[in-house]
Design a protein around this ligand. Structure first.
Ligand code: PGA
Length: 246
């Protein structure tokens, strides 16, 4: 049985008191036993939420370096020292605004695995890629480093999030069938690289304008194991409804 996961990416939203209200709301709710609910608040709040028991806490990023003169960055070791279990890497906003490359993202994955933190590895094509029917190639190349360089044991610890860039924050959602097609393609790449045990085990989340009104249909697809939620994760009722959409 693959793990079902709903992760809320709060991005750069909410001041401290707003973040606390949302966190306390989410901590006080009850979720199905077979769904892992994760929230990824801005990094300055991570430590104060690290004792959460009902939701798991994720970072939105991590440094590819272990320590030293890297002003403004924080390391996987630091995340592990506050008992964090998850970190998002390779989000399209990091790829676009911070020019993150596949190699840099791979180095972040390695760093996280070294400290026992699960990377939530994001991939996804732009609208141009999809319109030019290049979307499978783009996603395959984004995954190529982790597929070719990690051991099967390392890869089995990863969560993948497929987020078509054109659907992020736009209100446009991939058709459940189109999303399923890409998720099944990703799983087939994992199968080719690591075999069926790992390809069947790995959770692949969908992200991009996922909300209470479309989550059920998306999550009912064979290869969609949950969601990475942006906007709709900033409202506790929406997020709860998405968690209850399996
Ligand atoms: P969205 O963001 O749900 O607001 O589209 C998803 C994400 O960027 O992870």
């Amino acid at each position: 049985m693959r793990k079902k996961i709903v992760a809320g990416n709060w991005k750069m939203n909410l001041n401290k008191s707003e973040a606390e209200i949302l966190y306390n709301d989410l901590e006080s709710k009850s979720y199905p036993d077979d769904v892992e609910a994760i929230i990824a608040p801005a990094s300055i709040y991570l430590d104060s939420f690290s004792n959460a028991s009902n939701v798991s806490i994720s970072s939105q990023d991590v440094s590819a370096n272990s320590n030293g003169a890297f002003t403004g960055e924080f390391s996987a070791e630091m995340l592990s020292s506050i008992n964090l279990r998850f970190a998002i890497v390779g989000h399209s906003e990091r790829r676009t605004f911070h020019k993150e490359t596949d190699l840099l993202i791979f180095q972040k994955v390695e760093m996280l695995l070294k400290y026992g933190i699960t990377p939530i590895f994001c991939c996804g094509e732009s609208l141009l890629d999809r319109e030019s029917k290049n979307h499978f190639n783009v996603v395959k190349s984004q995954l190529s480093q982790i597929l070719s360089k990690l051991s099967s044991e390392e890869f089995s610890k990863i969560v993948i999030a497929y987020e078509p860039v054109w659907a992020i924050g736009t209100g446009l959602t991939a058709d459940p069938e189109d999303a399923q097609e890409m998720h099944s393609f990703i799983r087939s790449l994992v199968f080719e690289a690591f075999g069926s045990e790992i390809s069947e085990l790995i959770s692949i989340l969908y992200g991009g304008s996922c909300k209470p009104s479309n989550a059920k249909e998306l999550f009912s697809m064979d290869d969609i194991d949950g969601g990475l939620i942006g906007g709709a994760s900033l409202d506790s009722e929406s997020f709860e409804a998405i968690i209850n959409s399996f």
